[in-house]
Write a protein that binds this ligand. Structure first.
Ligand SMILES: Cc1ncc(C[n+]2csc(CCOP(=O)(O)OP(=O)(O)O)c2C)c(N)n1
Ligand code: SF4
Ligand SMILES: [Mg+2]
Length: 276
């Protein structure tokens, strides 16, 4: 039987810019699933893709996302997604501004912008595709690479990685969550909640780059990575106040097996008012 591919339709066809497809993303990469979670989250939050939202990203594999979705967006220069997003929000405060960018973009070259945009409390949703590497440029160490991992720029050990949840809490973000690509059923609901949050919302979306970082460091395929994320994810217990201590929010990683502990959940939100 011959399949007529022109008659096949993708569930998210109208949400994607077909002229930009196929994506540049490798097979097994977290990015396809994560972008789908963002689209589902924006739909759950009730936004009209033609009028209500805008997506901004910096440079990197993740940065391409803003060009693949069928909403207004901008693929900005490296590290400058947040200043650009601030300008968009100030110019049109009615827009829901979503920033989807990489760990390198938001926390290495763009780290300064992150802390000040969070501190200022600008109303936007920032989702970091945190794959712990500079994927696009060949897997160099980023600000969230783990200490004993191998990268083309590692001499001896990498520096201690940023704990993005801790950083966002300390910088004053009023909604802070962490999940992994493997929680694809939970993520749209959490993303919708972050989008509806009035203030600076941040999600540390722990993701994999199996093709480059993973193959050198414990998770060589997309399939292994998802299994690893599921096994390592531990829901935080917000009834125990110690869940906010840095040691309890930190991700643990072993180069031989991949992730060994990923604390996940909503660490701060306006529905927890009074706790902070
Ligand atoms: C000013 C500047 N410096 C360096 C680069 C090269 N560069 C492009 S993408 C990138 C890192 C991307 O890493 P990340 O943001 O984590 O995105 P990923 O590819 O992992 O999704 C770098 C260093 C650049 N484009 N511009
Ligand atoms: S290089 Fe890594 S982050 Fe980039 S598309 Fe490939 S697997 Fe994904
Ligand atoms: Mg990255």
């Amino acid at each position: 039987m011959t399949i007529d591919f022109t008659k096949l339709h993708h569930n998210f066809e109208t949400s994607l810019t077909s002229k930009m497809l196929p994506t540049i993303w490798c097979s097994g990469c977290s990015l396809g699933s994560n972008l789908q979670s963002i689209i589902r989250g924006a739909k759950q939050a009730g936004y009209d893709f033609d009028h209500d939202i805008v997506m901004i990203s910096g440079i990197g594999c993740t940065g391409r996302a803003s060009g693949y979705v069928n909403i207004d967006g901008f693929h900005t220069t490296h590290g400058r997604a947040l200043p650009f997003a601030t300008g968009v929000k100030n110019g049109n405060p009615d827009l829901e501004v979503i920033v989807f960018s990489g760990d390198g973009d938001l926390f290495a070259i763009g780290g300064n912008h992150f802390i000040h945009t969070a501190r200022r409390g600008t109303d936007m949703t920032v989702i970091c595709n945190n794959n712990s590497t500079y994927g696009l440029t060949g897997g160099q160490a980023s600000a969230t690479s783990f200490e004993d991992t191998v990268t083309p720029t590692t001499i001896g050990k990498n520096d201690k990685p940023f704990n993005l949840v801790d950083l966002a809490l300390g910088a004053g973000a009023t909604f802070v969550a962490r999940y992994t690509t493997a929680q694809y059923n939970t993520l749209p609901r959490v993303i919708a909640q972050a989008m509806r949050h009035d203030g600076f919302a941040f999600i540390d979306l722990v993701s994999g780059c199996p093709a480059i970082y993973g193959k050198r460091n414990g998770y060589p395929t997309g399939e292994y990575m998802i299994k690893n994320f599921k096994e390592a994810s531990v829901e935080i217990d917000t009834s125990d106040p110690s869940y906010l201590l840095s040691e309890n929010t930190a991700i643990e990683f072993d180069r031989k097996v991949g992730y060994t502990k990923i604390p996940i959940g909503i660490f701060r939100s306006s529905t927890m008012e009074g706790k902070f």
